[in-house]
Design a protein. Structure first.
Length: 323
């Protein structure tokens, strides 16, 4: 709370490169949406990636660790006036910045009433903030789960508030090994998203324990620290920024492998939908999928975008969406 509320006043105050968003080309719809966001909101934002899943029209989205609200205001435009975005953050100063600009953004977007709200609270205890079971289509998070001491509680709460077929789509920092006590207790490394980074294999076991489908890796890129003193403390551990998608798949949707055809109906992804590192769906093309991916597509908001035939599969299909 002190680090993000008082010490950091702008992104230039960061002491490592961990929270610097990679400069990848953005779709025009996203660039245009970002340009409509208030400059103070953007300046006080410290995420490590752009967390924008596909197929968002009219969805209810929860942003864990929403900070100054940049992602919420971006998603507010993509879900449309009939969708809704909730941001929750533990840092009072950040929540106040986000709340201060609600009227500005609703006027800018041409909405009759707000489709965003911001709450102060802990992402491990969403019930304390009044968030009900099965109330969201999507939960997102941008470089925040690493800041929570109890990662399992965060994933458990995300699973609880998601509707059946819902998705947790999140970017975070991962470590190549379990971190030493010295690193984990280093105040600056914690604030800079490194000391709390999860050993990447642990994500898979925690997700399974909670009830999610196996994590689907979307993108990953190495992180450089760019600070000699902090690099010496970290030692030979390597870090990466990675985006994963986890789905709350109902048991009734689980059948077997099959074939799917993408109908090209998702805005901005009409010709091709890059779902994760293993599966890319081109409009009109038959793709063999394993039982896990078939269940994900069948139970989620993507179901209406595909023709799904369960029980038909080619032996060469990759098994599982983990990579």
């Amino acid at each position: 709370q002190d680090y993000y509320g008082k010490e950091l006043r702008k992104s230039e105050d960061l002491k490592t490169n961990a929270c610097v968003t990679s400069a990848k080309p953005l779709p025009k719809v996203v660039r245009d949406a970002l340009e409509r966001i208030h400059e103070e909101v953007v300046a006080r934002y410290y995420g490590c990636g752009l967390v924008i899943p596909e197929c968002l029209a009219s969805c209810r989205i929860l942003d864990l660790g929403s900070g100054s609200g940049r992602d919420c205001y971006l998603l507010s435009q993509l879900v449309g006036e009939w969708g809704h975005v909730t941001g929750i953050d533990m840092t009072k100063d950040q929540v106040e910045v986000a709340k201060k600009h609600i009227a500005y953004h609703m006027d800018k977007f041409g909405y009759q009433k707000p489709n965003v709200e911001f709450l102060q609270g802990y992402i491990e205890k969403l019930g304390d903030a009044g968030l009900a079971d099965e109330s969201y289509d999507i939960v997102i998070s941008n470089c925040v789960v690493n800041l929570a001491p109890d990662k399992r509680a965060v994933l458990q709460e995300a699973y609880r508030v998601l509707k059946p077929g819902g998705e947790m789509y999140f970017s975070d920092v991962y470590a190549s090994q379990r971190l030493s006590e010295t690193v984990r207790k280093h105040r600056v490394l914690w604030g800079e998203c490194l000391a709390g980074a999860l050993y990447w294999r642990d994500l898979y076991s925690i997700a399974e324990e909670v009830g999610f489908s196996p994590p689907c890796l979307v993108t990953a890129s190495p992180i450089t620290i760019g600070n000699k003193e902090l690099e010496d403390i970290v030692g030979d551990c390597c870090f990466a920024s990675a985006t994963f998608r986890l789905f709350k798949v109902p048991s009734s949707s689980r059948a077997g492998p099959g074939q799917v055809i993408y109908n090209g109906g998702i805005m901005g992804h009409e010709q091709e939908l890059v779902f994760d590192a293993n599966f890319t769906f081109k409009e009109g093309e038959v793709v063999d999928v394993d039982a896990e991916m078939a269940a994900i597509l069948k139970s989620s908001r993507f179901a209406k975008e595909f023709l799904i035939r369960v029980g038909e599969i080619n032996a060469a299909t990759p098994q599982g969406c983990c990579c």
